[in-house]
Design a protein around this ligand. Structure first.
Ligand code: PMP
Length: 454
């Protein structure tokens, strides 16, 4: 069955919204007062995009669970959309960060933790030279600046419907072959066609055409797209991308912010890719703010030359709070103790169990949705087959159906990542947590089937 078989979903959403309002009075009370001081009643725009009538307000969280101000306990498969991939407040990270808090947080001077963290990232990703930022967004911005500065080329190439944070050059999409601002983009500084070229993911012919112009400083991509829906690279895509970027003098920047879910060295190590620059963020500091980007030895030497000591005042990268001692302590502790081989050995099978639970429920209800796994992340897609491009993923979106499934789960103690039908596993999730999702998902499909079929 396709989503067209569920025309009654609007009624089901109303039913679930009523249940949500009945059971979340404390969140409602806070939300009523918020618009007087917060834009749209939230401290950051995305927080309105949850499926209830208003966001749930958090009381506390630990490991893979979160408790809201109404006292409801949730299995949290959102995990801050990856920032808490190591689980909420992992013990040794909290211990390291707490110790650092009492001994000074920010100096615009390095601590020994920064060297340990960089050495650790170097071992994981095979790139020796690192810089730190406060977020993956900042790391992508800096990586693009270095790429332009070192190649002396003006543009980057990204893939359609990719996402790399709030980076101006990456807010570009294809419209009948032209590069334009996405309809949702707010206040673009210039026409994105000036800074950016866009190809469809997996379309190596389009990449070849774009690189041939000789004006592309770097291709910036996730190794597998995760933000429009998971889109895996087709066999040979990465080899061809690496070959073409080298042949055309463009750099290859791999954004591993989400694909770190594939293992300790992300997709890069898992599939032995050879990027010039790797970007990471979100999860690397156990939830504290930190991002990082790493260079090959050759590029690191060129970058050092481009920002010599007497001219490193304001090259357009960096910031006073970047690489602060608290972030560095948290990155070191997260890499050494929380996002380890052992944690992925636990979380990847949990994601397989989650995916199996969804597949079983779909089969039982005769629903042909695709279920895809990427390391410790898994997702269902309203399509019988995997997507080849970001455009395919966007075309398959079913906002009403998605809202119902997310709200039905939230009302029964399971949080999924908003904007995606996606679940991320942390080491503290249990098999029982995953089975709770399988049961709730099956119940949601039962409800859909009863209401809509016939
Ligand atoms: N890169 C990717 C692939 C992302 O998915 C995101 C955020 N979802 C970012 C970068 C930006 O991360 P942040 O918002 O933490 O800066």
């Amino acid at each position: 069955m396709t989503p067209a078989h569920f025309p009654g979903v609007a009624g089901l959403i109303e039913e679930e919204l009523a249940r949500f309002r009945d059971t979340h009075p404390a969140s409602a009370g806070l939300h009523d007062t918020a618009p007087a001081s917060l834009l749209s009643g939230v401290p950051m725009q995305w927080m309105v995009h949850w499926p209830g009538s208003y966001p749930i307000y958090v009381q506390h969280a630990a490991g893979g669970h979160l408790v809201d101000v109404d006292g409801h306990d949730y299995v949290d498969f959102c995990l801050g959309d990856s920032g808490a991939m190591a689980g909420h407040s992992p013990g040794e990270v909290i211990a390291a960060a707490t110790a650092r808090l009492a001994r000074g947080v920010t100096f615009m001077l390095p601590t020994a933790d920064a060297i340990a963290a960089a050495e650790h990232l170097a071992r994981r990703f095979g790139l020796p030279i690192w810089q730190f930022t406060l977020s993956a967004t900042d790391a992508n911005r800096a990586a693009i600046r270095y790429a332009r500065g070192l190649t002396r080329r003006p543009k980057i190439l990204i893939f359609n419907h990719s996402y790399h944070g709030g980076v101006d050059e990456t807010f570009a999409t294809l419209d009948h072959g032209s590069v334009v601002s996405p309809a949702t983009s707010l206040g673009p500084p210039v026409d994105p066609a000036v800074t950016t070229n866009v190809a469809e993911f997996n379309d190596i012919g389009a990449v070849e055409g774009a690189l041939a112009a000789g004006d592309i400083a770097a291709v910036l991509t996730e190794p597998a797209l995760t933000n429009a829906g998971i889109v895996l690279p087709e066999p040979g895509f990465h080899a061809a991308l690496r070959h073409l970027t080298r042949a055309n003098g463009s750099l290859l920047i791999l954004d591993e912010t989400h694909t770190l879910c594939c293992g300790p060295g992300g997709y890069t190590r898992e599939y032995q890719l050879e990027p010039d620059i790797v970007v990471v963020g979100k999860a690397i500091a156990g939830g504290l703010p930190a991002g990082a980007y790493g260079f090959t030895a050759e590029l690191g030497a060129q970058a050092a030359e481009a920002t010599p000591a007497d001219n490193s005042d304001s090259p357009g990268v960096g910031g006073t709070l970047a690489a602060n001692a608290l972030s560095m302590a948290a990155v070191r502790a997260t890499l050494e103790t929380a996002l380890t081989d052992a944690s992925f050995a636990r979380t990847i099978p949990l994601a397989s169990r989650w995916a199996d639970g969804v597949r079983r429920a779909c089969a039982a209800h005769g629903i042909e949705w695709h279920v895809i796994q990427l390391g410790c992340r898994a997702e269902f897609q309203f399509s019988p087959a995997a997507f080849a491009t970001g455009a395919d993923a966007i075309a398959a979106k079913e906002p009403a159906l998605e809202r119902f499934l997310h709200l039905f789960a939230l009302n029964r103690g399971v949080l999924l990542t908003p904007f995606h039908n996606m679940a991320l596993m942390c080491p503290e999730h249990s098999e029982a947590d995953v089975d709770r999702h399988s049961a709730v998902f099956d119940a949601a499909l039962t409800r859909l089937s009863e209401t809509n079929i016939g």
